[in-house]
Design a protein around this ligand. Structure first.
Ligand SMILES: Cc1cc2nc3c(=O)[nH]c(=O)nc-3n(C[C@H](O)[C@H](O)[C@H](O)COP(=O)(O)OP(=O)(O)OC[C@H]3O[C@@H](n4cnc5c(N)ncnc54)[C@H](O)[C@@H]3O)c2cc1C
Length: 422
């Protein structure tokens, strides 16, 4: 049985991993306190009002697939599942700027990939045998770069695998981890269209993932301490005994425990001897304040453009570029203009730049290479009252919301078990 005289769980970091752990543990009746370094929750998944464009924007459009079961269970548990919206079927529209070809990929609901055998449904200029590398990737066990498992050339690669893997792994696919790609394929494409419906937080990341979680935590009496940065963890023998924050220090009682849900670069400075991913890849997002034309698809994959994905939201068009290192040195205005050019081309909107904002996240995710993947630690640590969470811990998935939330659930489960055993 749970009781209120057991220790407190201190959750460090109010990103999605920390929030998922907090929601899970508070639902189980645990006493918890969340400590967040900044003045806001959500971490790398957040919405905010932007003066320059005059609208509320997300740091980046976050795409999830219907096969991401932890994301959906989290949204259900905080009452915001209806905010994750997408088409009734797994459909992806593409345009190739090289030859202006346009097509819609329709996976169909069957687990058997009938769409591959239907010339009208598969990627233009591809034949059935071109799809065999997908099976090879799905079965990848030893971790090697994708470029050594399959040829990263040809129409299927350019028009399907490159955009999907680049978006999911946030790395140029040839250097990406075949093992991570394989897990992804097994959890989505291999399960058929039911697991591949694209879902977006149309009202914004804050209203879907962050604000409802904070409201639920508040209703459960959970304190979230903002601007409360952890600067050191003190350990003594098998346990963490003291938490040193920038503005205060806290001694931990015997039953108290800690879930460290901070990014890897912060965790490495806090946990003695921790090995964690230490190479990162950036993502660039552009947001334009303008009404999209009625015929514009809600989500469009662009091949051979500067933009990779274009999203049409009410009153706003957003563009995403993954593994966007090359765009970080470009002047902001030039970049906004280049991306808007791509939007104007597909939407028929005038070339004059509407109000805009560019968000460049340099360390959006760890670099999903086999080497970096091997640096991911388990949730358990050498200390019996300290667990790690975050998209970068060893969840077997690329650094995504699904990975972050699963890691938070896992850390919560471990914290819960240890308490029962204590
Ligand atoms: C631009 C962009 C686009 C993305 N697109 C997608 C997408 O389309 N689909 C998808 O699934 N995923 C996407 N992701 C990845 C997704 O956002 C992350 O996987 C997820 O948000 C990571 O959550 P987290 O809780 O592990 O880490 P974080 O969000 O980094 O949270 C860590 C928290 O810890 C806090 N913190 C740090 N140090 C301390 C300290 N010392 N003390 C207290 N608090 C501290 C931080 O302020 C932060 O709030 C994208 C990410 C970015 C940046």
């Amino acid at each position: 049985m749970l009781s209120s005289d057991t220790g407190t769980v201190h959750i460090i970091g109010a990103g999605l991993a920390g929030l998922a752990a907090a929601v899970q543990l508070s639902g189980a009746g645990r006493r918890i306190v969340v400590h967040e370094a900044t003045a806001y929750a959500g971490g790398r998944c957040r919405s905010y009002y932007d003066q320059q464009s005059g609208m509320t924007i997300d740091n980046g459009t976050h795409l999830v697939l219907s096969g991401n079961h932890a994301v959906q269970s989290f949204a259900r548990s905080i009452g915001s599942a209806a905010g994750l919206q997408g088409p009734a079927a797994a459909e992806f529209q593409f345009v190739d700027f090289a030859d202006s070809a346009q097509w819609t990929l329709r996976f169909g609901d069957s687990r058997f990939p009938w769409w591959i055998f239907d010339k009208g449904r598969r990627v233009p200029q591809t034949g059935v045998l071109d799809y065999l590398p997908l099976a090879r990737l799905a079965c990848a066990s030893a971790d090697r770069p994708i470029g050594r498992v399959m040829a990263c050339t040809g129409a299927l690669y350019k028009r399907l695998l490159e955009p999907l893997l680049l978006a999911a792994l946030n790395i140029e696919p040839p250097e990406g981890s075949a093992k991570l790609a394989g897990t992804l394929i097994r959890e989505t494409l291999a399960l058929g269209g039911k697991a591949c419906r694209p879902l977006l937080a149309r009202e914004g990341l804050g209203p879907v993932f962050v604000e409802p979680a904070l409201a639920l935590l508040a209703a459960r009496g959970v304190a979230v301490a903002f601007e409360d940065e952890l600067v050191a963890l003190h350990v003594d023998g098998p346990r963490v005994t003291r938490l040193q924050f920038a503005k205060h220090t806290m001694a931990l009682a015997e039953g108290d425990s800690v879930i460290l849900a901070v990014p890897p670069w912060a965790a490495e400075g806090l946990v003695p001897g921790l090995t964690a991913p230490n190479e990162f890849r950036g993502i660039v997002n552009a947001h334009f304040r303008i009404d999209p034309p009625a015929q514009m698809p809600p989500m469009l994959g662009v091949i051979n453009g500067t933009a990779q994905w274009i999203f049409a939201h009410p009153g706003r068009i957003s563009v995403t570029v993954s593994d966007a290192g090359a765009l970080f040195a470009q002047p902001r205005l030039d970049l906004a203009q280049a991306l808007w050019c791509d939007v104007a081309r597909v939407s028929g909107l005038p070339e004059a730049l509407p109000p805009w904002q560019i968000v460049r996240e340099r360390r959006a995710t760890f670099a999903a290479t086999p080497e970096q993947n091997r640096r991911r630690p388990q949730a358990q640590t050498s200390w019996r009252n300290l667990w790690l969470a975050g998209d970068w811990t060893d969840t077997g998935l690329p650094a995504t919301l699904e990975s972050a939330i699963r890691s938070g659930y896992r850390a919560a489960e471990l914290a819960q078990n240890i308490r029962i055993a204590a």
